[in-house]
Design a protein around this ligand. Structure first.
Ligand SMILES: Nc1ncnc2c1ncn2[C@@H]1O[C@H](COP(=O)(O)OP(=O)(O)O)[C@@H](O)[C@H]1O
Ligand SMILES: [Mg+2]
Length: 222
């Protein structure tokens, strides 16, 4: 069974009364444990696709099965619960909370889920050790380099043990050497933890490190 399956997914926006087609009849599936790159020029709909995959946005039409569950029929609460259980997000701009330590940032998703503080902290420490940040857990985000902040964001994405990581241009704000270390970390997590990883990038050197490359052109898979 695929972990992710899109059937005839389309997304349109209406701007000043005119429909704008962003995605058109996207069919796509992913088996658990795959590492896939999504490529396409700026404005080709990559983030729109990631938002649909991450249950942050609704398609205009089509069906999306996540872990066998057709998601359009779910209520917003059910979608949020499925998202929390299944998906981890990594963004270009990290989005760590500046007033919290790295440890607090990474344990936050577990607090939201009602996990007790001791367990959440222990688990956050384990995740931070896994991404190589054990010595820096009490630092604030602005005391870390960009690459270290992205490692912390990856630890935060992993803490709920998601089946799928969605990473939208995760190396876009990093120099190529640091970006490569992030890709090495994704490869290791993919191999060791069997987590399915979808990486949006417009860097062919990043994309070719994935097992499969999906190109989006004119709203369609090329
Ligand atoms: N909320 C929105 N309303 C109207 N148009 C949007 C909205 N979000 C994205 N778009 C348009 O959809 C297209 C694809 O955007 P996006 O998915 O962000 O592309 P990419 O991530 O590939 O650069 C762009 O033309 C963008 O302007
Ligand atoms: Mg984008």
């Amino acid at each position: 069974m695929p972990i992710v399956e899109l059937r005839q997914i389309s997304k349109h926006y209406v701007m000043a009364g005119n429909p704008i087609k962003v995605l058109e009849n996207i069919n796509f599936h992913l088996v658990a444990g795959e590492r896939v790159a999504i490529m396409g020029t700026s404005g080709s709909g990559k983030t729109t696709l990631m938002n649909i995959l991450g249950l942050l946005d609704h398609p205009s039409s089509g069906q999306y099965f996540l872990n066998g569950q057709e998601v359009n029929s779910l209520t917003e609460d059910e979608r949020a619960a499925l998202r929390n259980r299944t998906i981890g997000f990594v963004f270009q701009a990290f989005f760590l909370l500046p007033r919290l330590t790295i440890l607090q940032n990474v344990s936050l998703p577990l607090h939201y889920r009602g996990c007790d503080k001791i367990t959440a902290t222990e688990r956050a420490q384990q995740m931070l050790a896994k991404v190589g940040l054990a010595p820096l857990i009490h630092h604030k985000p602005n005391q870390l380099s960009g690459g270290q902040q992205q490692r912390a964001a990856i630890a935060r994405a992993l803490i709920g043990n998601p089946a799928v990581i969605l990473a939208d241009e995760p190396t876009g704000a990093l120099d190529s050497q640091t970006g490569q270390l992030i890709m090495d970390l994704f490869a290791e997590l993919n191999a060791k933890e069997k987590v399915t990883i979808i990486i949006v990038t417009h860097d062919p050197k990043i994309a070719e490190q994935c097992q499969r490359i999906v190109h989006i052109r004119d709203g369609k898979i090329a």
